[in-house]
Design a protein around this ligand. Structure first.
Ligand code: DAS
Length: 411
């Protein structure tokens, strides 16, 4: 890997020298001493002049008596990385010193320790990593920290937040935060998200939450319940929205003023407990017109005993699925959720829904499909099939509500 190294190359019959910059393609991009970046598809590498290890000099962190103790656990994603365009090196901000040197406001809010757990983009997250993270957060809270911030890629942040919400009963805030724009870009949301996350992590909160921009402006962030939030835009800074439950609160920026907006678990309300078993053989299937029920058979033959169907409307699939669903329900749990995302499943209105209920399907109420998936992985990891089926409809950590009144803003 040439990134961050100073090289001499030959291209277009000329010699070029400079620092190799990160490039998402196979084009070699080098920063010339003039400051210009030039890209080459065809070139001959003549010499690696020096392998410049960029050491990010950062001030020793002084701790301030009386401030809350927060631990930042990094897992990667956009928020944890930046390109240092002066040197061309790709640095990742993992040490507390690096993070605080980038966002000095944090040191006014809390004393920070930091730990690098992973350095991955979140599309590469796996249930085994959720378990390891849950154990790390549990140990951190047991040590007496006042809260935990988890920096994470945005793409699957809500899956990981949901997994921790089911695995970890917490008396303190566990706040997930990410960024849609890396910290080296003028429009970056990283610093503000991190500062608002620190405000939430030191607040009167006792559950797993996600803190991200509430609007496209730098005016406030929302504190979303981890099992009621979804990334609903590929790139906007206000991509994250609470679905079927209001945001727990808002954090104004830069004042840091928190206004609570919905029922929440408060600090100290619950005990600290870890139940970190997950059954990975659970599948989420999005129904579409013409999809044949063979897909259920396939996974059932592969040994899967947990199925979440993202059905249409109130929770439907084609009626030619009913016989297969009935057979699978004999020894498995089949949960119905809706592609509508907003509102709740109700299989008692149309014949199709009634056939499915009769076949043994369990309604997922107003759960997001991916939250039902994670919940079922946790239920089947901790209970037998019959008990798990019974507990699907039980509200455990605020993942479902008896009536869905909130139908928030859509972008
Ligand atoms: N690929 C995205 C991820 O890691 C980058 C990001 O949004 O953080 O989820």
């Amino acid at each position: 890997m040439l990134e961050g190294k100073r090289v001499r190359i030959k291209a277009k019959d000329r010699i070029f020298e400079g620092l190799v910059m990160p490039s998402a393609t196979d084009t070699l991009v080098i920063k010339l001493d003039s400051g210009y970046n030039v890209g080459f598809k065809d070139y001959e590498l003549l010499e690696v002049i020096e392998d410049e290890k960029v050491v990010v000099e950062s001030p020793e962190l002084e701790r301030k008596a009386g401030l809350p103790e927060i631990k930042i656990i990094s897992t990667g994603g956009t928020i944890a990385s930046k390109v240092d365009y002066k040197t061309g090196a790709v640095t990742s901000q993992f040490s507390a010193e690096e993070i605080v040197s980038e966002v000095p406001e944090l040191a006014e809010l809390c004393n920070i320790d930091a730990e690098l757990l992973y350095n991955i983009l979140s599309e590469n997250m796996k249930p085994a990593y959720w378990i390891e993270l849950a154990r790390g957060v549990y140990k951190t809270l047991k040590k007496g920290y006042d809260g935990v911030i988890v920096t994470h890629g945005t793409d699957t942040m809500s899956y990981t937040a949901s997994a921790l919400a089911f695995m970890l009963s917490t008396p303190k805030p566990v706040v997930f935060v990410g960024a849609q724009r890396s910290s080296d870009r003028p429009s970056s949301d990283a610093a503000m998200n991190l500062i608002c996350a620190a405000q939430a992590a030191t607040a009167d909160l006792g559950e797993v939450a996600v803190v991200m921009h509430a609007t496209t402006n730098d005016d406030f962030c929302y504190i979303h319940r981890g099992v009621k939030v979804r990334k609903l835009h590929t790139s906007r800074r206000d991509a994250f929205q609470s679905v079927n439950y209001p945001p727990l609160g808002k954090v104004e920026y830069p004042s840091g003023k928190i206004t609570w907006m919905a029922e929440r678990f408060k600090r100290g309300e619950r005990g600290l407990e870890l139940r970190d078993k997950l059954e990975e053989k659970v599948v989420l299937i999005k129904f579409f017109p013409g999809l044949r029920p063979d897909v259920l058979e396939y996974y059932h033959q592969e040994g899967y005993r947990g199925f979440v169907i993202e059905g249409t409307g109130l929770g439907h699939v084609s009626t030619d699925w009913v016989d297969t669903v009935k057979r699978v329900c004999e020894d498995s749990v089949v949960v119905m959720t809706s592609q509508c995302l907003w509102g709740r499943v109700c299989d008692r209105v149309y014949d199709t829904g009634r056939y499915l209920l009769k076949a043994g399907v369990v309604e997922g109420e107003d759960m997001l499909p991916e939250v039902a998936l994670v919940k079922l992985m946790w239920l089947l990891g901790n209970y037998d099939v019959d008990e798990a089926r019974r507990k699907v409809g039980e509200n455990l950590v605020g993942e479902m509500t008896p009536t869905t009144g909130y139908c928030g803003k859509v972008l």
